[in-house]
Design a protein around this ligand. Structure first.
Ligand SMILES: [Zn+2]
Length: 311
């Protein structure tokens, strides 16, 4: 059916308003939804394009693409969110790099992620062993692994078992204190045997044909925000996540700074992106309803114009 001009304008206006979301997690990392559910929910919300950015894994990408690729009303983008090595000297701590539009068949990417996963699991095994042998906790890696629904065992699973099996020992400790024991600088922390630094993760993403993007820059504790982005630019970063729901994410969630963060940070990083000629990206960092993050797909209001340089 031919659209008349009013309908055409309406259609165009609606298209212009449609949002995208380039930061979503599935149950292949620490999200709750399957890749199918992410796609179905996004279509329902009329999101125009979504990227699956699971932590350090592309295992969900096949499912994501096979289900989403022939859907007419959504564009699905294969991606990853890589955790990079801590480097206190460069103020790199808990920094994540997103690789947008990666080739899931890149053997370099597949092999490196395999090594990274092995390193991660060995680290968690060692931490459980130290907790048991040096600190007297009743905990085994097998039990921790059994409660991790996906194949990526993380600190939350260890803390869960610390609490479940050792009520007397953890009684006087807060959740944050328990996390601290097993995190960088904590008594039972163990270094990972294989990790990618900033430059290596950028190279890996580019080797897989992807675009390296600095994820949620506003959450990092650095002494100078501009200089930190400059460091990442010199390392080869091509884009920065400017639209992000800081108010609902750590370290701002439930703090007095939440509103400030939301008003200030996206605006600040939009300017930074222009200053360094970086691509702009953004997303909700959705992990699924029921996870402790009360965020909706598309909530970061990422304009679809960002897409034209990304795909
Ligand atoms: Zn994320």
């Amino acid at each position: 059916m031919e659209l008349n001009w009013i309908e055409k304008i309406k259609f165009f206006a609606k298209f212009m308003q449609l949002m995208i979301d380039l930061h979503l997690h599935s149950n292949y990392s620490d999200g709750l939804d399957t890749p199918f559910q992410l796609i179905d929910k996004s279509i329902e919300l009329e999101i125009k394009a979504i990227a699956l950015t699971d932590h350090d894994t592309i295992d969900g990408v096949r499912e994501f693409l096979s289900y989403g690729e022939d859907k007419e009303n959504i564009i699905v983008i294969p991606a990853i969110e890589i955790s990079i090595m801590h480097e206190p000297f460069r103020e790199i701590k808990d920094v994540h790099i997103i690789g947008l539009n990666i080739n899931r068949d890149s053997s370099e990417l597949i092999n490196t992620l395999k090594q990274q996963l092995t390193g991660r699991l060995n680290q968690k095994k060692q931490i459980c062993r130290r907790l048991r042998e040096e600190f007297g906790y009743n905990i085994t890696f097998d039990e921790v692994e059994s409660i991790a629904e996906s194949n990526v065992v993380g600190r939350p699973h260890i803390v869960k078992i610390m609490k479940k099996n050792n009520p007397d020992k953890v009684e006087s400790k807060t959740n944050d204190e328990l996390f601290k024991i097993i995190s960088l600088g904590g008594e039972a922390y163990v270094d990972r045997e294989f990790e990618l630094n900033l430059e290596e993760s950028i190279e890996l993403i580019e080797a897989a044909g992807g675009i390296p993007i600095l994820a949620h820059p506003g959450i990092y504790k650095v002494s100078n925000r501009t200089k930190f982005v400059e460091l990442c630019v010199n390392a080869g970063i091509k884009g920065v996540e400017v639209e992000y729901i800081y108010a609902k994410n750590r370290p701002f969630f439930n703090t007095d700074n939440a509103q400030w963060a939301q008003d200030f940070l996206p605006q600040f990083y939009r300017k930074i992106a222009e200053k360094f000629n970086l691509l702009k990206s953004g997303g909700s960092d959705y992990h699924g309803k029921g996870s402790n993050k009360i965020i909706k797909i598309g909530e970061a209001n990422v304009p679809n114009e960002y897409l034209k340089y990304i795909i």
